[in-house]
Design a binder for this molecule. Structure first.
Ligand SMILES: *[C@@H]1O[C@H](CO)[C@@H](O)[C@H](O)[C@H]1NC(C)=O
Ligand SMILES: *[C@@H]1O[C@H](CO)[C@@H](O)[C@H](O)[C@H]1NC(C)=O
Ligand SMILES: *[C@@H]1O[C@H](CO)[C@@H](O)[C@H](O)[C@H]1NC(C)=O
Ligand SMILES: *[C@@H]1O[C@H](CO)[C@@H](O)[C@H](O)[C@H]1NC(C)=O
Length: 480
C-alpha cells in the first residue's frame, strides 16, 4: 500500500475513533435481547451509514447483547477478551425483500429492512457450536439508496467503522489482531477485505462467502478482498456468473460445482433480470449457497474437501487428482487452521474445486471414472452407472473413433468402498450405429488419489446394444 494511502486511512481512523466515543453512551437495558429493529434504527438520514454491533456467545447464543467498545468493560458483557472473535458482516443482498418506503420528508423508513437477515443467527450459532468464541454481528444499514452502486460506495465507510471497533478492542482491551476472524457475505467480504487493508493484513483470518462480483472483479486489490488482507484468506464461490466474483481472492478459493450454478437451485432464463431488479429468487439461491455450505461445514457432519486445479473443466476431466500443491493435504471448508493446509508459505489465489450434493450437508465423494475402449470406427455412447443400495450416479460418455481413454469426475453420495455395483449400457444405438463396444477396462477411484490405493477395475467387457452389463462389487470399508 502507498504510504499516502496509509496516512489517509490512519487519520480517518483517528477521526472516527473520537467521534465514536462521543456518539456512544446509549446503553442496553439488562434482560433485553438486542434486535436489529431497535427504534433507534427505525429511521435514518440519507447519506449516512449506520453501524451497530450485536454480541452472541455460548452464554447467550439466542439473545444478542448490544455491543460496542465501551460495553466490553461492563460486568454484564459476555465478551471475553481472551477468546477469539468472529465478526459476521452481511452484504447487500441479504434481505428477502426490499420494502423501503419513501416518505414525504424524503427519508427512508426501514420496515422490512429492520429485520435481521434470518441466516445471521444460524451462522452465529453454527460458529458457536464449532468454537467457543465471541461472535460479533455487524449490522450496517445502507445510506441513501439501495441501488447497488450506491451501496458499494458506502462499504468502505462501514469497514472504517468496524476498524475503529477492532482498533479499540486491540488497544484498550488487549485483543490480539490474529484472534479476529472476519466472515463477510457477498459485499460483506469486501468490507472485511478493507478492514484487513486498514490493519495491513495482520488480522488473523478473513472468510468471504461468495464475495460480491459486479464492480469488484476489475477492481484494484486495494478495493476488494485479496490475500494480503489477512494472515489467511479463504473464500467460497457459488454464483460467480451473477452476484459473486469469478476470480480467486484468497489463499484458497473453493469453487463449488464450478462456482456458478448450484445443484438444486432452479434455473431461469430470466435470471439476469434479477440483477437489475433485485427481487431475489433464482439467483439468490446460488449466491446464498456459499453461506449454507459453510454453516453445514461448521456443523461438522462431513468433510468438504477441494482439489486444486487450473479450471473446472480440467477438474471434471480428471486432470487434477490430488493435493500435491499443498504437500498432500487437501484444503477443507470450515474453521480448521488455514483450511487444513500444513505448509508455509501458503500458495496464493489457488483455485480448488469440489462437487456438492443439492442439500445439507452437501458433501459428495469425488469418484474418478476411467473408461478405456478398443478403437472404434464409428461414434458411440456408453452410460456408466455407479450405485450403492439407495443411490445411483450416472454419466454418459460420448465415444469417438480418435480417442480410447475417457475420464470424468463424478459426485457420488457414498464413498468408493460403499459402491456395490457398476453398470454399463450401450446407449448410442439409434444415434451412432456403433454395434458392440469393447471396454478394455472401466475403473473407479476416489479423489484425492493416494499412491498406495489401486483403483477398482473391471476388464474386458463387450457391451451390445440394448443389453446392459452390470457387475457387483463385494467391498468392505476400511477404517482408515
Ligand atoms: C422487532 O422484532 C421483534 C421480533 O423480531 C418483534 O416482535 C417486534 O415487534 C419488532 N419491533 C418493531 C418495532 O418492529
Ligand atoms: C474467558 O476465556 C478464558 C479462555 O477460554 C477462560 O479461561 C475464562 O474463564 C473466561 N472468562 C470468563 C469470565 O468466562
Ligand atoms: C446442524 O446439525 C443439526 C443436527 O446435528 C441440524 O439440526 C442442523 O440443521 C444442522 N445445520 C446445518 C446448517 O446444517
Ligand atoms: C449408500 O450410500 C449412503 C450414503 O449416501 C450410505 O449412507 C449407505 O450406507 C450406503 N449403503 C451401502 C449399502 O453401502
Amino acid at each position: 500500500m502507498l504510504w499516502e494511502d496509509k496516512a489517509i486511512l490512519f487519520s480517518i481512523l483517528l477521526v472516527y475513533s473520537s467521534s465514536q466515543v462521543l456518539a456512544s453512551g446509549e446503553s442496553q437495558e439488562d434482560g433485553q435481547c438486542a434486535e436489529l429493529n431497535n427504534t433507534r434504527w427505525q429511521e435514518y438520514r440519507q447519506q449516512r451509514v449506520e453501524v451497530q454491533y450485536l454480541l452472541l456467545t455460548r452464554k447467550n447464543p439466542d439473545c444478542a447483547q448490544r455491543f460496542d467498545q465501551d460495553s466490553v468493560s461492563k460486568p454484564t458483557s459476555y465478551f471475553n477478551t481472551s477468546r477469539p472473535t468472529k465478526v459476521i458482516i452481511h452484504g447487500f443482498s441479504t434481505q428477502a425483500k426490499r420494502e423501503t418506503v419513501y416518505t414525504s420528508s424524503r427519508r427512508l423508513t426501514r420496515s422490512a429492512l429492520g429485520r435481521r437477515p434470518s441466516w445471521v443467527t444460524d451462522l452465529a450459532q453454527a460458529l458457536l457450536g464449532a468454537q467457543d468464541a465471541n461472535v460479533v454481528v455487524v449490522d450496517w444499514i445502507y445510506g441513501a439508496s439501495f441501488a447497488y452502486n450506491l451501496v458499494v460506495e458506502n462499504y468502505k465507510e462501514v469497514a472504517l467503522q468496524i476498524s475503529v471497533l477492532v482498533n479499540q478492542l486491540q488497544q484498550r482491551h488487549g485483543c490480539r489482531l490474529e484472534s479476529f476472524h472476519l466472515i463477510g457475505v457477498s459485499l460483506g467480504a469486501h468490507v472485511a477485505g478493507f478492514v484487513g487493508t486498514v490493519f495491513e493484513g495482520k488480522i488473523g483470518r478473513i472468510t468471504g462467502l461468495d464475495p460480491a462480483g459486479p464492480m469488484f472483479k476489475g477492481a484494484d486489490t486495494y478495493d476488494r478482498l485479496d490475500p494480503t488482507d489477512a494472515l489467511f484468506v479463504d473464500a467460497i464461490h457459488t454464483d460467480s456468473d451473477h452476484f459473486g466474483i469469478s476470480i480467486p481472492v484468497g489463499h484458497v478459493d473453493f469453487f463449488l460445482n464450478g462456482g456458478m450454478d448450484q445443484t438444486g437451485c432452479a434455473r431461469s432464463r430470466f435470471a439476469s433480470i434479477f440483477l437489475l431488479f433485485p427481487v431475489y429468487g433464482y439467483v439468490i439461491c446460488d449466491h446464498m449457497r456459499a453461506l449454507h455450505v459453510y454453516m453445514s461445514a461448521l456443523n461438522g457432519t462431513c468433510q468438504l474437501m477441494g482439489i486444486p486445479c487450473a479450471s473446472y473443466e480440467d477438474f471434471l476431466k480428471g486432470s487434477c487428482v490430488d493435493c500435491g500443491v499443498f504437500k498432500g493435504r487437501c484444503p477443507a471448508i470450515g474453521l480448521q487452521e488455514k483450511s487444513g493446509i500444513a505448509m508455509s508459505p501458503i500458495p496464493e489465489q489457488q483455485k480448488v474445486f469440489l462437487l456438492t450434493t443439492s442439500s445439507a450437508p452437501f458433501c459428495a465423494h469425488h469418484i474418478l471414472l476411467t473408461l478405456e475402449v478398443s478403437p472404434l470406427d464409428k461414434s458411440a455412447e456408453v452410460e456408466v452407472t455407479l450405485t450403492n443400495w439407495s443411490h445411483g450416479t450416472e454419466h454418459r460418455f460420448r465415444l469417438k473413433p480418435e480417442a480410447t481413454v475417457y475420464r470424468r469426475v463424478l459426485a457420488h453420495p457414498a464413498a468408493l468402498c460403499q459402491i456395490d455395483s457398476i453398470r454399463l449400457k450401450n446407449t448410442g444405438a439409434r444415434l451412432y450405429r456403433q454395434g458392440d463396444v469393447h471396454v478394455k477396462s472401466v475403473c473407479v477411484s476416489e479423489l484425492p488419489l493416494h499412491r498406495h490405493e489401486a483403483p477398482l477395475c473391471v476388464n474386458d467387457i463387450d457391451i451390445r446394444r440394448g443389453v446392459p452389463w452390470s457387475h457387483d462389487f463385494v467391498q468392505v470399508c476400511g477404517t482408515s
